[in-house]
Design a protein around this ligand. Structure first.
Ligand code: PMP
Length: 363
């Protein structure tokens, strides 16, 4: 870089400078066992491919329905709520970003766990929201008392990520009830894999919002659909901000494909069931290899080995085209997050680890 570029130009003092979120790698090479971004190893519901094949491209001339009514009604029917209680966005990242912008406008810091989805502090920074982390305990559980202090809003994922640890809905309810002055967002990106949803409580608490996604349990990370469910007033505020930003976030193919996915509940339950079964099998296998982990209720495991450093295992796996996620961050630098793939993928992972650990012992 030349010196002219290195020195700060005068206009740069007005730039909104941020450190962006770093997403998991999407390798371009063939033959990778990709267990690093919590995608679903199965295809979306058959109705989704049908919709995509039959897509009438002529219709793309027109703007999509800015209210995504078809998708919103399908979701409303599925969850037994009114369409006015649903907000859809481009993945739950979009929904969450809009929510931070909409609801977290106070002077007090918003609260979230110290080990959690690493986008929360990025949004807080980009929107200039004061924030404070609440350390999880040694078992990676939240400490309820931390959330009973003055705050400008709360966001907690359930189950948490990247730990996979679920929280009792009773504890979360106490937090919601104790914070009538703040919006409490429960990020349920992984809730379908065996964790209890807070949805039944949205009619009881006007400050509670639940956010879910099509990216994991509905096998549609590539289409980008997420949604929030809450009371009409809260959703109304969220829509006001969204429509002040971009009316057409939901494109026409997404609306069609998303609707087809919601309508096929049997397929949804089938793939979620398979992932849960594979997860429990993988837990047993990894335990016998000396790994310890939380009792994850998500589509990933958060593991540490009794003697081999996580960074080393991560490197060895990658060299053998098995991608998992590793963060060199305080408290979790000896852990790996492993997405649950198919039975075959997980068998290959276990086989590799068995050999790797054996050979390492012999060295
Ligand atoms: N919340 C959590 C806890 C996540 O792990 C993710 C996935 N990275 C998201 C939200 C966002 O997922 P998406 O935008 O694909 O819906």
């Amino acid at each position: 870089m030349n010196a002219g570029i290195m020195t700060e130009a005068k206009w740069e003092k007005n730039v909104r400078k941020v450190t962006p979120y770093v997403a998991g790698e999407q390798p371009k090479t063939e033959g990778v066992i990709k267990l690093n971004t919590n995608e679903c190893p199965y295809p979306p519901a058959p109705g989704v491919s049908a919709v995509m094949k039959e897509l009438d491209c002529e219709k793309l001339r027109l703007y999509p329905d800015m209210n995504a009514e078809k998708l919103v009604s399908a979701l409303a029917q599925y969850y037994g709520v009114k369409p006015e209680q649903i907000f859809v966005g481009v993945g739950s990242d979009d929904v969450l970003a809009m929510s931070f912008m909409t609801f977290f406008n106070g002077d007090k810091p918003i609260l979230f766990p110290d080990i959690t989805y690493s986008f929360y502090d990025v949004w807080a920074e980009v929107f200039r929201i004061p924030w404070k982390v609440c350390p999880l305990d040694e078992e990676f559980r939240i400490k309820k008392e931390d959330y009973l202090k003055p705050n400008g809003g709360i966001i907690i994922p359930n189950p948490n990520a990247p730990t996979g640890v679920p929280e009792n809905t009773e504890v979360l309810e106490e937090i919601v009830a104790a914070n009538p002055d703040s919006v409490v967002i429960i990020d349920e990106a992984y809730v379908d894999f065996g964790c209890k949803s807070m949805l039944p409580l949205i009619s009881k608490y006007d400050n509670l919002m639940v956010v879910q996604t099509f990216s994991k349990s509905r096998a549609m990370a590539g289409i980008r659909i997420g949604y929030a469910i809450a009371n009409e007033k809260l959703i109304g505020y969220l829509k006001d901000v969204k429509f002040s930003f971009n009316s057409y976030t939901m494109n026409m193919p997404s609306i069609e494909a998303g609707t087809a996915a919601v309508r096929d509940d049997a397929y949804f339950k089938e793939i979620v069931g398979k992932i849960i079964k594979t997860r429990e099998w993988t837990k047993q296998q990894l335990a016998s290899l000396g790994f310890r982990f939380t009792d994850s209720k998500s589509n990933f495991l958060f593991v540490t080995h009794e003697s081999v450093p996580a960074a080393e295992i991560f490197k060895a796996l990658k060299e053998h085209n098995i991608y998992v996620r590793y963060w060199n961050k305080p408290r979790i630098s000896n852990h790996l997050r492993i997405t649950i793939g198919t039975d075959e993928q997980m068998s290959r992972l276990v086989k590799f680890l068995t050999n790797y650990l054996k050979e390492r012992d012999n060295d």
